[in-house]
Design a protein around this ligand. Structure first.
Ligand SMILES: Nc1ncnc2c1ncn2[C@@H]1O[C@H](COP(=O)(O)OP(=O)(O)O)[C@@H](O)[C@H]1O
Ligand SMILES: [Mg+2]
Length: 261
C-alpha cells in the first residue's frame, strides 16, 4: 500500500482518486479499468520525478475554440520542465492523431483508458476534453484538476458559450477556472481582445493576462504533428510559441501561489 507519509508531500491518494474519477468519467461500466485502479492503489512503486504533480484541464462547452491546440502546447512546454503526459479525452482522438504525425513527440499522449497504466509516471498531467461535457463531468474535472483553462476566441458567439460554461462552473463552486483568449486577431485595428476583456471583467470572469494570437503557423504545426515552435520557415512560429510560454508561466505562478501543488 502506498504510504503518503513515506514520500513527503506526494499526493498519491489524490492522484489515485483522480485516476478512478477519470476512468469512471469516460468509461463508467469498464470493470477492467477499475481493477487496474485497485492494482495501482496497492502498488508500492510510484516513479514520480518530483514530490508533486499537477493536473491542468482544458475545457469548454464549444468546439473549435483551440482546446486541443492549447492542451498540446501546454504539454509541450511542461515537458521541458518535467515528465508530462497529455490525456486525450476527446472521442475524436485529435490530440493522439496530432502526436502520431511525428516520429518523435517530446511528451507522451495517451487515451483516458491508458491513464491507470501510465498516469503515475508523470509530474504533469494535461487533459484535453471533448466539447460539451455534462455538469457531472465538469464536477469531476473540477474536483481533480489544479487548474481549468477555458479557451475562447474573443467573438460574441464564443463569449456567449463561455458565459454558459462559467455559469456551470460557478454553480458547482469552482474557483479554479480561468479564460484564455485564443485566436486573437493580429491586426492592430482590431478591438476584439479589448472588448472581450471588458465584457469578461463586467461578468467577473477571470481571464489570463496573456493571450494566444491567430497565426497560420498553428495549422502547419498540426499538419507536422509538432508544437508550433518546431515549424520551419514561418517567422510567426516563434512569436506564437512565445504567446503560449507567457500564458503557461502565468498559469504556473497561479497554481504554485495558490498552494494547490
Ligand atoms: N491561435 C490559433 N491561431 C490559428 N489557428 C488556430 C489557433 N488555435 C487553434 N487554431 C486552429 O483552429 C482549429 C480548431 O482548433 P482545436 O485546437 O482543434 O480546437 P478544439 O479542440 O477546441 O476543437 C484547428 O484547425 C487549429 O489549427
Ligand atoms: Mg479538440
Amino acid at each position: 500500500m502506498v504510504n503518503s507519509e513515506t514520500v513527503a508531500g506526494c499526493k498519491e491518494d489524490q492522484k489515485q482518486h483522480f485516476f478512478e474519477k477519470v476512468s469512471n468519467f469516460y468509461c463508467p461500466f469498464n470493470f477492467f479499468l477499475q481493477i487496474a485502479c485497485k492494482i495501482l492503489n496497492t502498488c508500492t512503486f510510484f516513479p514520480m520525478q518530483g514530490t508533486e504533480f499537477m493536473i491542468i484541464t482544458i475545457a469548454s462547452l464549444k468546439g473549435g475554440v483551440g482546446k486541443t491546440t492549447t492542451a498540446f502546447h501546454v504539454a509541450a512546454y511542461l515537458q521541458s520542465l518535467a515528465n508530462t503526459v497529455l490525456v486525450d479525452g476527446d472521442p475524436n482522438r485529435s490530440a493522439i492523431a496530432w502526436s502520431k504525425q511525428t516520429t518523435s513527440p517530446s511528451f507522451k499522449v495517451i487515451s483516458e483508458k491508458q491513464l491507470p497504466k501510465y498516469g503515475s509516471q508523470f509530474a504533469h498531467i494535461v487533459i484535453d476534453t471533448q466539447a460539451r461535457p455534462s455538469n457531472e463531468d465538469f464536477a469531476d474535472l473540477v474536483d481533480t484538476s489544479d487548474l481549468l483553462v477555458l479557451p475562447s476566441p474573443p467573438t460574441f458567439l464564443d463569449l456567449q458559450a463561455l458565459v454558459e460554461t462559467t455559469e456551470v462552473l460557478t454553480s458547482i463552486g469552482c474557483k479554479k477556472h480561468k479564460v484564455l483568449l485564443t485566436k486573437v486577431p493580429t491586426n492592430t485595428g482590431s478591438t476584439d481582445e479589448r472588448d472581450a476583456r471588458e465584457f469578461l471583467e463586467e461578468q467577473s470572469i477571470p481571464v489570463f493576462k496573456g493571450r494566444i494570437r491567430f497565426y497560420k503557423a498553428y495549422e502547419k504545426a498540426a499538419l507536422n504533428g509538432t508544437p508550433v515552435n518546431l515549424v520551419k520557415g514561418d517567422r510567426n512560429a516563434a512569436i506564437a510559441w512565445a504567446d503560449y510560454k507567457t500564458v503557461i508561466e502565468e498559469a504556473l505562478e497561479e497554481v504554485y501561489a495558490s498552494g494547490k501543488v
